[in-house]
Design a protein around this ligand. Structure first.
Ligand code: ATP
Length: 235
């Protein structure tokens, strides 16, 4: 479904990705793990069109994405739940969800089905539908960020560190929902520093180090790999 081949991305003189090649097949959940600054966020932002590609290509369903705007990519079915829960703090939960679809929906359009699906997955958001974004807990904000991405009815969901800043129990709760999204058949590319959680939900994984893929394989194999165990699992 998604293919990145020999992808190079730079911020001025700083090369963040050096020839990254990876694939995500339809129906798969793929984890991209790596330490701070490895280039994980850069890769997701490049797939969703926020960064310019310096070298290499990205394809989606066999067609090149390189020249398409972010909005076109969303219309094709790629949705991005960014790191840091970039929700609108001054809007309610419901307004945040409705606004997520506004770029391609006519004003006054109906959003009932999408919102109902998000509320079914995250009942806590339903209880707090009239609560302002800033007053949500970290876990609830993360759920809202994922909910916003789901409002686009994507075929590929890009998740950037859904466990970031969450207490272990909440991080597990968010990942339990990621597991449900996976079982619904959605294709997911998840970026994570929490290797245990990411490999538990994923079919396959890639390890990124300073902008390069250094390891790839089935999630179960990566969990057993001594290099992953030593560098990312603390044993
Ligand atoms: P983290 O887990 O800490 O978010 P990451 O793996 O997501 O790390 P990136 O945020 O993609 O890593 O950063 C990769 C490299 O690119 C880092 O060296 C970072 O300093 C650099 N970088 C990221 N964004 C920018 C930017 N806007 N301008 C300049 N350099 C940047």
């Amino acid at each position: 479904m998604l293919g990145c081949s020999d992808l190079t991305v730079a911020y001025g003189d700083i090369v963040a990705l050096h020839g990254v090649t990876l694939q995500v097949r339809a129906g798969e959940t793929v984890a991209l793990i790596g330490a701070n600054g490895a280039g994980k966020t850069t890769l997701l932002q490049t797939i969703s069109g926020l960064n310019k590609v310096r070298g290499g290509h990205i394809s989606f369903d066999g067609s090149p994405l390189d020249s398409l705007s972010c909005e076109r990519r969303v219309r094709l079915g790629i949705a991005h739940a960014p790191e840091g829960r970039r929700i609108f703090p001054g809007l309610t939960v419901e307004e945040n969800l409705v606004l997520a679809t506004s770029p391609w929906r006519p004003p006054g359009g109906r959003y009932g089905d999408e919102i109902a699906q998000v509320f079914e997955l995250f009942p806590r958001l339903k209880e707090r539908r009239r609560q302002l974004g800033w007053s949500l807990s970290g876990g609830e904000q993360q759920m809202l960020a994922i909910g916003r991405a789901l409002m686009a009815r994507p075929r590929l969901l890009l998740l950037d560190e859904p466990s970031l800043g969450l207490a272990p129990r909440l991080a597990e709760e968010v990942y339990e929902r990621v597991g449900r999204i996976r079982r619904s058949g959605l294709t997911i590319l998840v970026v994570e520093q929490n290797t245990v959680l990411a490999l538990a939900v994923a079919d396959r994984g890639y390890v990124l180090e300073t902008g390069r893929v250094v390891l790839e394989g089935a999630a179960a194999e990566l969990k057993r790999d001594p290099r992953v165990r030593e560098a990312y699992l603390g044993r």
